[in-house]
Design a protein around this ligand. Structure first.
Ligand code: C5P
Length: 428
């Protein structure tokens, strides 16, 4: 993404220079080819980009490089056996498949791809790949005649037709002394190719403003009213929108989270600060996603000095905070607006009522309490719009955010198209 068009804020934090692999869970599959020695450097580079790496090695791979080497470099135990009870108890093949944001098999041998094409699940790497719903990329590496063989070509084409990605192979000198196609791409090329999987481009050229985190409403100089929001869902939404190619501005309440890559962040404290920051910048935005858990009330007066605990009882008078989302949707040129609704009961009824009351294009509702929702790693969302809804099943907040952003992009582009069609007919 090139220079950000958002105006610079006084309390601007920074444009993070982290890349799209930062924070990603990468499952690296290593199969039995001489290029397996490059896996060590690949892991190092993936981690340098901020990814968390777990390695699955086939029996053949262990003839070329030891699990101990890859364990030391990845900082995680290396997984080798499908039928190892203790390994399965610690993190089984299904848990590994769910954990991964992407699987990269490098090197991918002709034999591995043949077995994958058949849908075999008789070793750990095949089983994990079969069970994985995240993107899978293969970095083939083999002798040029093996690569050119129609059997290999047929398998590779079938795997690509099923949605798997292929990185390489490159042309060049091979370990066997021949020259031709079959060399595994270099680790830096694989890292770049893998990063591109997370950049969908569905919101390229659009500007998205996201609010996240709680707000703090001061009682006196040392005390405040707030809530349990960790900001993780909002930050995940900002990151997912940025991965989708959007220019993203994140207005965040006080949280201890790193700014997602390429996202411009503005820190605020109170609901009033958040409203001021949003209204100052919403003008140029195409999409507004309000994820923040804004405090509904603030103390009517903020004590200038720390309140003393002399009295047995203290009464705080609270006054309503502005509804930022409703203020934005009431603007003349309101952006496509998405709200969140955290509910403890009657999810659909309350969410739909909020969607209508706040004139939202979409609302994402989640149940809170019992370890789900606020301050939890996972979440589930039921998304409603006028005339439709979709359930996004419980999963990690990052995966959920990507699904939500894909849905928002779909509805946003749908609305956009309708306007164009109407105008075209109108002028005919
Ligand atoms: O009414 P309720 O607080 O449940 O609405 C939740 C939605 O409205 C969220 O999207 C939240 O970010 C937004 N909101 C807001 N300003 C407020 C309260 C809620 O933007 N003062």
């Amino acid at each position: 993404m090139t220079g950000c068009r958002f105006p610079r804020a006084v309390h601007l934090v920074s444009l993070s220079d982290m890349n799209t692999l930062s924070g990603k869970h990468i499952l690296l599959g290593v199969t039995g080819g001489i290029a397996a020695y490059k896996s060590a450097e690949l892991i190092r580079q993936l981690r340098a980009e901020g990814a968390t790496v777990r390695v699955v090695m086939t029996a053949g791979a262990q003839q070329f490089i030891t699990p101990l080497t890859l364990q030391a470099l990845s900082g995680n135990p290396v997984h080798t056996d499908l039928l190892d009870r203790s390994a399965e108890a610690a993190m089984g093949h299904i848990a590994l498949a769910r954990w991964a944001d992407a699987v990269l098999v490098a090197p991918a041998t002709a034999d591995f791809m043949a077995r994958l094409e058949q849908g075999r699940a008789d070793d750990l790497l095949c089983a994990v790949t079969l069970a994985c719903e995240a993107p899978v990329a293969l970095a083939p590496a083999m002798n040029r005649a093996m690569w050119d063989n129609p059997a290999t070509q047929k398998n590779v084409q079938a795997l690509q037709a099923r949605g798997m990605h292929r990185f390489g192979p490159a042309l060049g000198e091979q370990a066997c002394g021949e020259v031709g196609p079959g060399r595994m791409l270099e680790p830096d090329e694989l890292v770049t190719a893998l990063a591109s999987l997370f950049e969908t481009g569905i919101l390229s050229g659009y500007r998205v403003l996201v609010t996240a985190g709680p707000t703090r409403e001061a009682i006196d100089p040392v005390r405040y009213i707030s809530n349990h929001s960790s900001g993780r869902m909002g930050f995940a939404v900002a990151r997912a929108a940025s991965e989708a190619g959007a220019e993203v501005l994140l207005v965040s309440g006080p949280v201890s989270l790193e700014t997602p890559p390429h996202v411009l962040r503005i820190n605020v404290v109170s609901a009033q600060d958040m409203q001021d920051a949003v209204l100052a910048r919403i003008g140029g935005c195409d999409i507004f996603i309000a994820v923040a858990a804004v405090a509904d009330y603030r103390p009517e007066a903020v004590a200038a000095q720390k309140l003393k605990k002399d009295a047995q009882q203290v009464t705080l008078t609270l006054t309503r905070n502005p509804d930022i989302l409703a203020t934005v949707t009431a603007l003349a040129n309101a952006p496509f607006s998405v709200g969140f609704a955290a509910e403890t009961e009657q999810l659909e009824m309350h969410a739909q009522a909020k969607r209508v009351a706040k004139s939202l294009d979409m609302i994402a509702a989640n149940r809170v309490g019992d370890g789900v929702g606020f301050d939890a790693e996972e979440n589930a969302l039921q998304v409603f719009w006028d005339g439709g809804s979709q359930l996004l099943a419980q999963t990690g907040k990052m995966k959920l955010a990507r699904q939500l952003v894909a849905l928002v992009a779909q509805r946003f582009h749908g609305k956009h198209k309708k306007v164009i069609r109407f105008n075209a007919k109108d002028s005919a």
